[in-house]
Ligand binder design. Structure first.
Ligand SMILES: [Zn+2]
Length: 410
């Protein structure tokens, strides 16, 4: 680069500029290889805007650091083989956690984002924040015990949480889970003696997983809906996840779908979650005489099976649910003009299995015609583990942004 050959002007820290540029290029290259999962030096150069020489240098450095590897080759048009580059699976690890209302799923991923180990804790009907804190510490200690050789290369712990997660000016993070009636609570940093902890709203971590690897990959403008016990949304604008002033953007579950409507868990009336949360859907069926076990996957499956066999009450509940989803997402389409609407979460995935066309039609009935013609509606790529996968991307993003000199420094 010309900055390297130009003599430093007095008072300008040229070396810092060069270092920063090298660091930015390295970060862009590492992110690209991690997201592509398999690529070539030529593709890296083209997509990141590097010269071939720069791409070769950066690649050599990342290989030397054990973060990427050559994993084979393909023949080029001239017959010369071209090396394929991929993340080096054992180059680093990250823990992703889905903190749900009924338990915590703690998953260890390698650098190719393959899950290599997992612990689940919980299963109580109501989890208190203290239960969750203890479950998390125990599960992580268990993983540490089983993965002693990997642990020095574990980057950190990412938590996907059910509520608003704010980052204060001093870097501390606080969870506001109004729907669960929890008092504001600092994110615990003592989950492991060595590992840093990162936290974000679970719907946002899901959206990040879909943006990196799934249904929103390569899409600059998308919305990713999470339909489960709670209802959330990640909004992707210009290829980035929107956070708002205090990282709380996208609280779609508590936007109003009916003025003065049903009481929501957050204490307000008429929220989307009060109609589209799993409990609300199943409660509507129970009110019509439906009977089912539990309140999870199987209960929802029973509702969908009854509707499929033309049970009139189940059909009415399903139609209402799809109408409500159409109205709620139609507003989102009008507000954000997405190219793609992605529906995930365990409730969303089940609804999409058989009713994707009906849902898309309901959304189009509830937004302006022009905007309705500009999006496609698809299911999320990942099923139940998406929040944990997306959460693991937080420590991995920190790795990407870490200067080479500080890599795995202890
Ligand atoms: Zn609400």
């Amino acid at each position: 680069m010309s900055a390297q050959s130009r003599p430093a002007a007095p008072g300008i820290r040229e070396s810092a500029t060069v270092t920063s540029l090298r660091h930015q290029n390295r970060a862009a290259a590492l992110r690209f290889v991690l997201q592509q999962r398999e690529t070539t030096r030529a593709e890296l150069a083209r997509r990141c805007g590097f010269s071939s020489a720069s791409a070769a240098n950066i690649t050599a450095e990342l290989i030397e650091d054990g973060l990427i590897a050559e994993v084979g080759s393909v023949a080029s048009r001239g017959g010369r083989p071209i090396s394929l580059l991929a993340p080096r699976a054992d180059g680093a690890y990250a823990i992703g956690v889905d903190v749900g209302e009924r338990g915590v799923a703690v998953e260890l991923f390698d650098l190719s984002l393959t899950m290599v180990d997992r612990e689940f804790r919980g299963g109580r009907r109501e989890e208190s924040p203290d239960d969750i804190h203890r479950d998390l510490s125990e599960a992580i200690a268990e993983l540490r015990e089983r993965n002693r050789e990997r642990w020095p290369r574990v980057l950190g712990i990412g938590l996907g949480l059910p509520g608003v997660v704010e980052t204060e000016a001093d870097g501390t993070q606080v969870l506001y889970a109004q729907s669960l009636s929890w008092a504001p609570r600092p994110i615990p940093l003592d989950l492991d003696p060595d590992l840093p902890v990162y936290a974000e709203n679970g719907a946002k971590t899901q959206a990040r997983a879909e943006l990196w690897y799934g249904a929103a990959r390569g899409i600059d403008h998308a919305v990713v809906a999470l339909l489960g016990r709670g209802v959330g949304l990640g909004v992707i604008t210009d290829g980035e996840l929107a956070h708002g002033a205090h990282s709380s953007a996208g609280e779609w579950g508590h936007t109003k779908i009916r003025y003065g409507g049903a009481l929501c868990r957050c204490g307000q009336l008429g929220c989307v979650e009060a109609y589209l949360g799993a409990d609300a859907i199943l409660e509507a069926w129970r009110a019509r005489g439906g009977s089912f076990d539990g309140s999870g996957w199987q209960a929802l499956g029973a509702l969908l099976a009854a509707a499929a066999s033309s049970d009139p009450d189940a059909t009415a509940v399903l139609d209402d649910t799809i109408d409500a989803l159409g109205a709620a997402l139609g507003s989102v389409v009008n507000l954000t003009n997405p190219q793609r609407v992605v529906i995930g979460g365990w409730v969303g995935m089940r609804l999409m299995e058989q009713h994707a066309d009906q849902i898309a039609a309901a959304v189009r009935r509830n937004c302006l015609d022009r905007l309705g013609a500009q999006f496609e509606l698809v299911p999320a790529t990942f099923g139940g583990d998406t929040v944990a996968l997306g959460s693991a991307l937080m420590p991995i993003t920190a790795l990407i942004d870490t200067p080479r000199a500080e890599l795995f420094a202890s």
